[in-house]
Design a protein. Sequence first.
Length: 324
Amino acid sequence: MIRNHPSQNPNASATSSSFSSPSSNSDSRHRNHATTQPNWNRISNRPQRVPLEELVATTQSIVGTCPFMCPEKERSQRERLRDLAVFERLDGNPMKSSSSLAVKKFCRTISVKEVHASDIRPLSVLEDTLDYLMKLLDSSDRSFLVLHDFIFDRTRSIRQDLSMQIINNDQVICMYEKMVRFHVTSNHKLRRCEDDTTILSSIHHLNMEQLTKCLASLYNLYDINRTSDSVFDNEAEFRSLYVLLHLETHSHSTGESLSSWFSRLSSSIICSKEMCFARRVLRFFRMGNFWRFFHTVASEATNLQLCIIEPYIMEMNKEGDGQR
C-alpha cells in the first residue's frame, strides 16, 4: 500500500539511478522535502552546457516555481521558431500556443547559467501535466506514432524536472508507474503501426530504452520510500516486468543476472502471484514448453504483463507448430 511518510531523503535521487544500484492513482498526500538553491561554486569549472545527470550530481536541489505546463519564456521562443507540436497549436496556428496547450520540451543538455526556479515546474504542476498527457493519449484522434512522439518527449521532460528537484515521495511513485504504463503499452501499440519498419524499429528501441530507465528509477523509489517489510500496491506487478523483459534474448534491461537481482527482493515480492507468474512464464519460454506457456499466459497475465509477453507468443507458436 502506498503510505504517507513524515519526511523524505533529499540526498537520494531515485530518478538518476540504474538497475545495478537498487535501493493507478494514490491517495497519498504531498510531503514536504528539504530543498536548497544550487551550489554554483561546485560546478563553476564545468563546461557551459552539461548533461542533466552531471548537473544533478553536482548541484543540490532547486525548488521549481513555474505554474504552467511550459515556462512562458520557452513557449514564446518556440512560438517565434514555429517549434510547436500539433497538440500545442492554438486553433491550428503553428506560431501560437497557450498555457493550457504548450508542454515543456525535454532538453538533452542544460546551460548552468540558465537553470532558474521559474523554468522548473513544482510537483503539483508536474502531476497535472502528466495527467494532461495521459488524457491526451486516450482522447486524441491523431495517429499513435504522432501521439507517442509527443508524449515520449514531454514525459522525459517531467522526469528531468523531478530529477533537478530531487523529489522522491509517494506521489512520484504514482507518476513513474503511469510513465512505465505508457512505455509498456507503447511497446504493444507500436507493433501494430503500419509505417516504415526501419523507423518503427528505431522508435521501438528508444521506447524500450526509456522503459528500462523508468523501471530503474521506479524500483529505487520503492526502496527509498519503504518502511519495514511493506510492499506498495502495484510493486509486485511492476517488479515482474523486469523478469518478463528477459524473454528477449538480448535483453534491454541489464547485464545483471536475475539471480543477483532476486537476492535483493523481499520474500513478499518473490512469493507474490505476479512474480511467480513471471518466473513460470520465463521458465516455460526458455524450455520451449509451448502448452504450459500459453496456458499460463492466457489464465494469469495482467494487461500490462501481456504487453511485454505478446511479441514472444508468435515465437512460441512456431515452436508449437514444430512439435505437432
